[in-house]
Structures are given as structure tokens and as C-alpha cells.
Design a protein around this ligand. Structure first.
Ligand code: NAI
Ligand code: MG
Length: 490
């Protein structure tokens, strides 16, 4: 390869770190300086085809599905160990590239390692069942890997989303073609360089960079790919589902939301204020499960808005690599402009408690002010549309039934949280809320052991936990006749 391409990050195709020959390149930015860190390839159709062909061969001929579960598990443990050993390097890279505070990036790296470890352990627990058929026969349900998985991930938790996709797929015996988000491919590409040494055979994991509309769409449409796992916008989820229909691929979609964070007057007030801010401002609000609709019982509403505002004032915006930073810049100019637009929409739809603009203290970088709108009507755009930035919509409610109605009046249903010291009320709410995840007296804790995914237009399928591996498994029914005579029909 010519030296002039030395700044181009290689992709992983068939076990080789491959420098793309594509004429098209994607600049990768540091969102705190708006400077280009490095370039990656917008993989050509031929390169994506090569990655898919490698994954196909590794599945059909390479013996990956036939490896023992113990072997696959040990490989995943080695990946987990490597991520732990390199956590500082990875966290710094993630923080620089995504804009998230370094301390949060460190948590993400630990979670990514834990995810590989969990599925390494689960590999040896995949088992089928014996079915009680009414005959002299042995009827089995066997679990088998789905095949080649196309995995398309977003930019808000880059390495962690790669882990959520790769770990269960590999444990199940699938092979993978993963496409990181164009904004944040760097940690997945770092991982790409280590997989071979961890024991992942050539072709089992392929990582290609490229634009969603080209490389991503090609993976989705490709007849040699058996399944698509996608995390991202609802708009792209719909495009993917339509395209996947042509080849009847299995599809799982995790599409974000407009999650209600619901506060009753009897909640612990201090914990509630903390939970409201944490729920919507963590990771700059670039979180699929962000508690972006804050529903507050009328009797505590004015006091709640004041306390939230006061505490939000102290959130320290700053460069992602500064350990004191609690909120970094947004990931990209596109996302920055999108959030700025919603801030303007919010100003015309509701009252501003704090923020609503761009902080003056930064000469450059995609920083926006943590923003709290109040007296928001649930029909407002800022209450219905996913903003994916630090913008909260506070909505008052009178009765428990009103809280339920407002919470469920959304096209989305990813997550929700309820804060109350009345256990009966909290449990009534848990039942009444139409969402895939409901937290009580907390918001956002996420564990690899517990299922993750949405209702309604937040998508379908579940990641994490034992549910997460099921999405990469087919069920084969096997009937073993134990009669030694002919069937005797003719
Ligand atoms: P996006 O949905 O366009 O991108 C997510 C991934 O999908 C990226 O890897 C992208 O390359 C790929 N992609 C895009 N178009 C594709 C296509 N036609 N076929 C196959 N793959 C495709 O998200 P974007 O544009 O970066 O952000 C827009 C909004 O999406 C955000 O403001 C936010 O509301 C939402 N979002 C939700 C996420 C979640 O975690 N659920 C994550 C990222 C964004
Ligand atoms: Mg997009």
C-alpha cells in the first residue's frame, strides 16, 4: 500500500487489517476542537462484499459454528481481558472521538469487557429441550447459530455497542460483519487489531467502515447476510426493515425513544432531583433511553423545577479529557445543529428554566447548554421527537392516571422510570407503562445480565442477558423415530 495512505485507518476483512482502496474517505473529528483526528475509508461495494464473503466462508466452511462452546467462551474471555488491559488507551480514544467525559468513557470500557465476559460464560449454557411428543420417538429442539450477522451501530457508545453486538453473536457461533458509525469508528478499529491474537479465526469478525447509506445499506440488502442487528434512529430502522424484507432477513432494532421519568410527590426529593438530571444529561443526553420527558406531580412541580434548575447550573461543561468534566461537546456538527434547532423549537413551545443556547465560554467545539424547558405540553414537538442531546421537557401532572396517560402517549416505548416511596403505586405504574425497561427510584442503570429493548416504535428484539443470545439462534426441531417397524400406512 502507498505510504500516502498511512493516515487511513485499516479495516478488518478476513482476518487481515486491510487498507481500503476506496476513493472515498470519511474524516473522523474531535468534537471538542472540530479538528480531524484521522480518516477512515468509506468502504467500496467490493470491500463490503469481501467482508461478507469472508464471514460466509468462516461460517459455512471455516468451522466456527462447530467449535466447542468452551473454545468460543475462552476466546471471548481473552477479548474481555484485552479490553481491560487496554482500557486507559481505549477510554481516551473514545472520549476524544465521541466527546463524552473521560470518566464516563472509562465506565463504558469496563462494561464492554464485562459484556464479552458474560457471553463467554453463556456460550456453554446454550442448550435445547426434549419435547414430550405423544409417540415412541425422541423429539428435540436444538439451538443453532443464525449464520452471518450484519451489525450496524451508532456513535453514542461506540465500543460498548460493538460489544453488545459482537459478544452474543460470537457466543452463539455466528460470524459477523460490523459497521461502526461513521462519526466514531476508532475504538472498534482498535479492537479489530487485537481479535486475531485473542484467537478469533479469520473471517469470523469483519469490521468495515463506511457511510450508512452506502456500506450500511449494502450489508442490509446483501443476500448472503442472514440477520441484521441495528441500533440507531427510528427513521433508519424503518428503511432497514423494508430493505431486509426482500431477503426475509431476521431483524432486531433498537431505536431510541422519548422516555418518561415520572416523579410523585412522595419521592425522596434530593434523590429525585439527582435522578431527573442524571436521566437526561448523562452522556450529553445522547442516550437512547434518556429520560427526556420529566413528569412531575403538580404539588411539587414549582419546587422541583427550581431545584433541578439550580443543580443543573453547576453541571461542569468542559473538554472531554478533563477529569472534572461532567458534560462534553455533542458528537458532530450535524448533531449540534439538530439539537440547536430543537432548542429553538422549545423556546417557541414552552418556558425556559435554564439553557436553550450555546455556552459562551468555548471558542470552538460542539458544546450546547444543558437545557430545561418547563410547562411543556405532551403534544409539543420537544415532547414527542427524540432530540438526543441535553434537552429536558418538564411536564406537570395531577393524578396517577394522568401520569400513565401522558407517559404512554408517545410513539416510542423504550424505557421509563417511576419515583415514589409508595410500593403499591410504583408497582401499579410498572404494570401500566408500555415500555421495554422500567426503573423504580433510579434511571439508566444498565446491566449485561438484564434484557434491553423497546416496545412500539422503539423497535423489537432484546439485547443483553439470555434474551440477547436468543436473537442469534435458530431452533431446529429434530424427530428421532424409535419404532423399528414401517409406518404401515400404505
Ligand atoms: P442513524 O440512524 O442515521 O445512524 C446509526 C447507524 O446507522 C450508523 O452506523 C449509520 O451509518 C447507519 N445507517 C444510516 N443510514 C443507514 C441505511 N440507510 N442503511 C443502513 N445503515 C444506515 O443516526 P444518526 O443520523 O447518526 O442520528 C440521527 C438521530 O438518530 C439522532 O439524533 C438520534 O435521535 C437517533 N439515534 C438513536 C440512537 C440509539 O441509540 N437508539 C443512536 C444514534 C442516533
Ligand atoms: Mg443518519
Amino acid at each position: 500500500m502507498p505510504v500516502t495512505q498511512s493516515k487511513l485507518e485499516p479495516m478488518l476483512i478476513d482476518g487481515e487489517l486491510t487498507e481500503s482502496t476506496s476513493a472515498s474517505r470519511i474524516p473522523v473529528y474531535d468534537p471538542s476542537t472540530e479538528e480531524v483526528i484521522v480518516e477512515v475509508a468509506d468502504a467500496s461495494t467490493a470491500e463490503v462484499d469481501a467482508a461478507i464473503a469472508a464471514a460466509r466462508r468462516a461460517f459455512d466452511e471455516g468451522g466456527w459454528p462447530q467449535t466447542t462452546a468452551q473454545e468460543r467462551g475462552r476466546i471471548l474471555f481473552r477479548i474481555a481481558d484485552k479490553i481491560r488491559a487496554e482500557a486507559a488507551v481505549l477510554a481516551e480514544l473514545e472520549s476524544r472521538n465521541s466527546g463524552k467525559p473521560i470518566v464516563e468513557a472509562e465506565f463504558d470500557m469496563a462494561d464492554a469487557a464485562t459484556c464479552f465476559e458474560y457471553y463467554g460464560g453463556l456460550a456453554t449454557k446454550i442448550s435445547g429441550t426434549v419435547n414430550p411428543v405423544p409417540d415412541n420417538a425422541l423429539s428435540l429442539s436444538m439451538k443453532e447459530p443464525v449464520g452471518v450477522a450484519g451489525q450496524i451501530i451508532p456513535w453514542n457508545y461506540p465500543l460498548l455497542m460493538a460489544a453488545w453486538k459482537l459478544a452474543p453473536a460470537l457466543a452463539a457461533g455466528c460470524t459477523c460483519v460490523l459497521k461502526p458509525a461513521e462519526q466514531t469508528p476508532l475504538t472498534a478499529l482498535k479492537l479489530a487489531g487485537w481479535l486475531g491474537k485473542c484467537g478469533v479465526p479469520p473471517g469470523v469478525v469483519n469490521i468495515v467502515t463506511g457511510l450508512g447509506e452506502t456500506a450500511g445499506a449494502h450489508i442490509v440488502a446483501h443476500p448472503q447476510v442472514d440477520k441484521i442487528a441495528f441500533t440507531g434512529s427510528a427513521a433508519v430502522g424503518k428503511i432497514i426493515m423494508k430493505s431486509a424484507a426482500d431477503t426475509l432477513k431476521r431483524v432486531t432494532l433498537e431505536l431510541g425513544g422519548k422516555s418518561p421519568n415520572i416523579f410523585f410527590a412522595d419521592a425522596d426529593f434530593e434523590a429525585a432531583i439527582d435522578g431527573a438530571l442524571f436521566g437526561v444529561f448523562i452522556n450529553q443526553g445522547e442516550v437512547c433511553s434518556a429520560g427526556s420527558r420529566i413528569l412531575v406531580e403538580r404539588s411539587i412541580y414549582p419546587k422541583f423545577v427550581d431545584a433541578m434548575t439550580e443543580k443543573a447550573r453547576a453541571i461542569k461543561l468542559g473538554p472531554p479529557l478533563d477529569r472534572a468534566t461532567k458534560m462534553g461537546p455533542l458528537v458532530s456538527r450535524e448533531q449540534f445543529e439538530r439539537v440547536r434547532q430543537y432548542q429553538a423549537i422549545g423556546r417557541s413551545e414552552a418556558k425556559v428554566a435554564i439553557g436553550g443556547g450555546q455556552p459562551k465560554s468555548f471558542a470552538r467545539g460542539y458544546y450546547v447548554e444543558p437545557t430545561i424547558f418547563y410547562d411543556v405540553d405532551n403534544s409539543a414537538r420537544i415532547a414527542r421527537e427524540e432530540i438526543f442531546g441535553p434537552v429536558a421537557a418538564v411536564i406537570p401532572f395531577d393524578k396517577e392516571s394522568d401520569a400513565v396517560r401522558i407517559a404512554n402517549d408517545s410513539p416510542f416505548g423504550l424505557a421509563a422510570a417511576v419515583w415514589s416511596r409508595d410500593i403499591y403505586r410504583a408497582l401499579r405504574m410498572v404494570r401500566a407503562i408500555r415500555a421495554g425497561i422500567v426503573w423504580v427510584n433510579h434511571m439508566q442503570p444498565t446491566y449485561v445480565e438484564a434484557p434491553w429493548g423497546g416496545y412500539k416504535q422503539s423497535g423489537f428484539g432484546r439485547e443483553l442477558g439470555v434474551h440477547g443470545i436468543d436473537e442469534y439462534l435458530e431452533t431446529k426441531q429434530v424427530h428421532i423415530n424409535l419404532n423399528e417397524q414401517p409406518i404401515g400406512w400404505y
